[in-house]
Design a protein around this ligand. Structure first.
Ligand code: CTP
Length: 451
């Protein structure tokens, strides 16, 4: 029996896929199709696959040409599969011509002519017109965004807003946007969605205005500094059928998501303690982090990262939270240790802007622990360790660019989807995060003005 194998994502199953499978089956007697997992696609930089793995498998099977389906989840699997199934022919579409010649060492390689004028990418574009995104704020954080946005299809930055018009125009020129403006009405008229990258205390007003203007919102962290504001914004987004997402990049990254699933799988038993640290010595003492007496400091800057694993693994309903801070003369915290108490667990968050500590995360459980080394928030690898110190399970994941592309991809997906929601960082978690920020400000900034 002559076995043939082919691979693909087979997203939004189309005529090109059908023809490819038909042709592939004709090359032998038995056709095996390898279908990629979402995670594997992410590591390959394919960030906006629409259909779930199950749907894609069902669609491939429904073509009627397929004898067996395998799931492809890692580099090198193609060679393994060819050997394991004793395959004689490896085939893919002609867009890959030459790319799989290395398989000739193991079997015949056939490139099937690709069907013209159809692709999943085109179908995704047709189904969801390209999102016209505008940036609110053109400072340090916004500067990293354009490059990352280019890695995600379905979204295009068209303009920038800054109350200082010349800043907006300069930024727009530099990044080749269509426009830069200090006129917020004009800005909203020309975009479908916004990314808010302004100082923390201005997020709420901008997000509210954007949602009132019918725009989807991706907002830098901490999104807001009061729980009630978060509830209000999510309600407003829901009412207007818009997406509102808090841009905590770690929450959307493949490695971090894998770490959370591993922790939740029970492999380390019950999760009891989550410790995470993030520190960066910021030399410029005139920067916002030091000079803004009300909203500067390490906790507002980095606390969303260090609390993220605690909220994910121990939940939103902690019994108590305490903050211990070392402060500069102006009252801004240069180092903060926040401790959360849960009915059967605890968490520690350490953040610093003028104190350096090891930036690692440890998740302790009743059967073992997870160690993610610094910089754990750009999760590339982690280990599961046990009482038996000779037994260590290592995990690694791809982390592309500066990682913002993952939250952008999720934003695009949520806008195109029907549920308008993400599981990677939920409304409930975002509201709880705002609650922690509110509590911090109440406890630690006695002279603070109304948020
Ligand atoms: N294919 C084809 N003709 C097309 C589109 C795809 O023959 N018009 C083939 C590919 O060459 C590959 C298989 O179908 O062998 C699965 O491809 P996949 O990447 O899933 O489909 P695309 O439509 O190319 O997806 P995308 O646009 O996301 O890259």
């Amino acid at each position: 029996m002559k076995k043939v194998i082919t691979y693909g994502t087979f997203d939004l199953f189309h005529e090109g896929h059908y023809n490819l499978l038909k042709h592939a089956k004709e090359l032998g007697d038995y056709l095996i199709v390898g279908i990629t997992t979402e995670q594997y696609d992410q590591t390959r930089g394919k960030l906006n696959v629409h259909d779930s793995l199950i749907t894609r498998i069902d669609n491939v099977r429904a073509s009627g040409f397929v004898d067996e389906v395998v799931v492809e989840d890692h580099v090198g699997q193609k060679i393994e599969d060819v050997k394991r199934f004793n395959v004689q022919v490896f085939t893919v579409g002609s867009d890959w011509t030459g790319k799989f010649d290395y398989m000739k060492e193991y079997c015949d390689v056939v490139y099937i002519p690709r069907t013209k004028n159809v692709s999943s990418t085109q179908k995704r574009i047709d189904a969801n017109p390209i999102i016209r995104l505008g940036l609110i704020g053109t400072g340090r954080i916004a500067g990293r965004f354009p490059l990352e946005c280019k890695a995600v299809s379905g979204i295009n930055i068209v303009g920038a807003y800054n109350p200082h018009g010349d800043h907006a125009e300069q930024f727009a020129d530099k990044h080749e946007f269509e426009f830069g403006t200090n006129n917020i009405e004009e800005f909203f008229e020309n975009v479908d969605a916004v990314y808010i990258a302004t100082p923390h205390e201005t997020h709420y007003e901008y997000a509210k205005q954007a949602l009132e203007h019918g725009k989807h919102v991706l907002c830098e962290k901490p999104m807001v500094l009061k729980e009630a504001h978060a509830v209000e914004l999510y309600d407003l987004a829901k009412k207007n059928n818009l997406v509102l997402m808090e841009a905590i990049k770690t929450a959307y990254c493949p490695g971090f998501n894998q770490l959370i699933t591993v922790a939740k799988s029970g492999i380390i038993g019950d999760v009891i303690d989550v410790e995470a640290a993030f520190s960066r010595i910021i030399d410029d003492r005139n920067s916002r982090e030091f000079s803004n007496e009300n909203y500067g400091g390490s906790f507002l800057e980095y606390g969303t990262y260090t609390l993220l694993p605690a909220l994910k693994l121990l939940g939103k309903n902690y019994d108590d939270i305490t903050f211990n801070c070392i402060k500069a003369n102006n009252g801004v915290d240069i180092y903060t240790k926040a401790q959360l108490k849960y009915p059967r667990g605890m968490a520690t968050s350490k953040t610093g802007v003028a104190v350096k500590t090891e930036g690692q995360m440890v998740v302790a459980g009743t059967k073992g622990y997870i160690l993610a080394p610094s910089p754990w928030w750009l999760t590339k690898n982690f280990e599961v360790r046990y009482e038996d110190s000779t037994k260590i399970d290592s995990y690694s994941a791809t982390f592309l660019g500066s990682g913002l592309r993952y939250e952008i991809a999720e934003f695009v997906k949520a806008i195109g989807g029907d549920g308008n929601k993400t599981f990677q960082f939920t409304r409930g978690e975002s509201v709880a995060m705002a609650g922690v920020m509110e509590r911090f400000l109440r406890d630690q900034r006695m002279n603070q003005n109304e948020v």
